[in-house]
Design a protein. Structure first.
Length: 64
């Protein structure tokens, strides 16, 4: 998953994305997967614009 992320967005990642990305990577695997699969939304310290931006890049595109 992370490899695909960096392949797709390596030219779009900004320095300001690094802290939110690290915050997400510090989560347990289950908590991160819940966020990626939209089973939950970020709460508390993670409920910020930076985390939302990184999540938008990490999350699979919805097929409707």
């Amino acid at each position: 998953m992370m490899e695909r992320f960096f392949e797709r967005f390596h030219d779009q990642i900004e320095e300001s994305d690094l802290e939110p990305l690290n915050s997400l990577l510090d989560l347990s695997d289950n908590d991160l997967m819940d966020l990626l699969l939209r089973r939950k939304e970020p709460e508390g310290e993670l409920a910020n614009q930076g985390v939302q931006r990184v999540l938008a890049m990490l999350r699979p595109v919805r097929k409707e």
